[in-house]
Design a protein around this ligand. Structure first.
Ligand SMILES: *Cc1c(COP(=O)(O)O)cnc(C)c1O
Length: 446
């Protein structure tokens, strides 16, 4: 394993000359639809650092979009995946099975909320997991409608585009979309018209009323929600919202699906974010953080629901690839050994403390309208002075200023005005504080 010095180092312009050269080759041959936040080409990465081909070392506050929670070259992931690579790369679990797949399903049964009998099926991407959750819920309930929420994000395949709320860039021009998908309000506290304290009760009542009036609860196969909304702006549904929706699902025989693809696996300081309100989903979709950077996803849930699909109805050539499974077992081992839930909570404490100081220095509500999130899934929503009008330009300018100083940050949100922070959970506290220094300075530069 390469040990990368855990220090920020900026030795060229960012991107540097070698990255610029590679970017020219990329533009000539990689489809324009595949974008990059920062066209800095990676040489190696680990801990809280991404080292580029010009020798710059960036502090990583993105984790490849909440994937490399254990770092991008975690010892246990590298060791287990390398050993598996040498043994065999693939047989296809649907042809001849192997133990790693079973072990990952055992771990998922143990780690996900609820003590009922659980089963899992493994896939490659988050979108694929969500698609399969819908297949399973439909065959189980013999119903077709799927309910999703404002600001939700579930992927880029045809069905998951339909489930995703935001048009640009995810949907524009790519329709027609899959039918039988219905969108209802979510309790977005900061922007709820009657205030955050009313959002949970009012939004859940509205959502349930719309389901009853517009779809008919008896037609709904699944309700799918992110317990902390990711791409939509790190929105934590206001207290009471998730339990009310989960109860409604239960009362009406609807499969309640928690999409924990971004929020799961220690990211929010719990194995799964829905644990914070004691929610036990019927099905849970996971991906991103599950395998330390290797492509793996899962649907896990009540055995009787998971077993509704006939043999051969679920699967895929690569689903639960043995190397990815080995990576997952290494990542889970690392999460347990290093207490990454505890680390995520400490990251929240440090980040929220520093961000609150910045907010009061800048003038309360002047540009940082809201600080939110849980664990190492923290965001600031940027607004025009003295209003709640979204300021996407400020988010873009701040991100650019951070990038120039060697701190990788990402933006998100329906209005593009949210700066989000997803550091690897293994980041050192000094490095995290240095990144926060750079963010603070960036406010002075925009
Ligand atoms: C990223 C994400 C997905 C899609 O995962 P892919 O691996 O990109 O297909 C689905 N749901 C949520 C909540 C996500 O954050």
């Amino acid at each position: 394993m390469t040990e990368i010095p855990q220090e920020r180092r900026v030795v060229t312009a960012i991107p540097g000359p070698k990255s610029v050269e590679l970017q020219a080759r990329r533009l000539a041959t990689v489809a324009a639809g595949v974008g990059s936040t920062l066209p800095v080409f990676t040489a190696r990465a680990g801990g809280g650092i991404i080292e580029d081909v010009d020798g710059n070392r960036l502090i990583d506050l993105g984790s490849g979009i909440a994937v490399t929670s254990v770092g991008a070259s975690a010892e246990a992931v590298v060791r287990r995946a390398s050993a598996q690579l040498a043994d065999f790369t693939h047989t296809c679990f649907m042809v001849t099975p192997y133990e790693g797949y079973v072990e990952v399903c055992e771990q998922l049964a143990e780690l996900t909320p609820g003590d009922h009998a659980k089963k899992s099926a493994l896939f490659n991407s988050g979108a694929e997991a969500v698609e399969n959750a819908v297949k399973i819920a439909r065959i189980h309930t013999k119903r077709t409608a799927v309910v999703v929420f404002d600001h939700g994000y579930h992927g880029r395949t045809n069905l998951t585009m339909a489930l995703t709320a935001k048009n640009m860039p995810y949907k524009q021009g790519f329709g027609p979309f899959a039918p039988e998908v219905y969108r209802v309000p979510v309790a977005y506290g900061y922007r709820w018209p009657t205030g955050a304290e009313n959002a949970g009760a009012e939004a859940s009542a509205q959502a349930i009323d719309q389901i009853n009036k517009q779809i008919g609860a008896e037609n709904v196969a699944a309700i799918i929600i992110e317990p902390v909304l990711g791409e939509g702006g790190f929105i934590e549904p206001a207290k009471g919202f998730l339990p009310a929706i989960a109860q409604f699902a239960k009362d009406n025989g609807i499969v309640f699906v928690a999409d924990e693809i971004q929020s799961g696996f220690c990211r929010t300081g719990q194995w799964f974010a829905c644990e914070d309100e004691g929610i036990v989903p019927d099905l849970i979709t996971t991906a991103k953080g599950i395998a330390g950077g290797l492509p793996l996803s899962a649907v896990t849930g009540r055995a009787e629901i998971m077993d509704s699909a006939h043999s051969g109805g679920l699967g895929g050539t690569y689903g639960g690839n043995p190397v990815a499974c080995a990576g997952a077992l290494g990542a889970i081992e690392t999460m347990r050994e290093l207490d990454l839930n505890g680390k995520a909570k400490r990251i929240e404490e440090v980040m929220k403390g520093r961000l609150a100081e910045m907010q009061s220095k800048l003038g309360n509500g002047d540009i940082i309208g809201d600080i939110r999130g849980r664990g190492a899934m923290i965001a600031i929503e940027l607004v025009k002075s003295g209003t709640k009008d979204p300021d996407p330009q400020a988010a873009a300018d701040l991100a650019k200023a951070c990038h120039a100083e060697g701190v990788l940050v990402l933006t998100c949100g329906t209005y593009g005005n949210v700066l989000r922070f997803l550091p690897p959970l293994v980041i050192g506290e000094d490095l995290l504080n240095e990144a926060l220094d750079v963010i603070e300075q960036a406010f002075g530069r925009i």
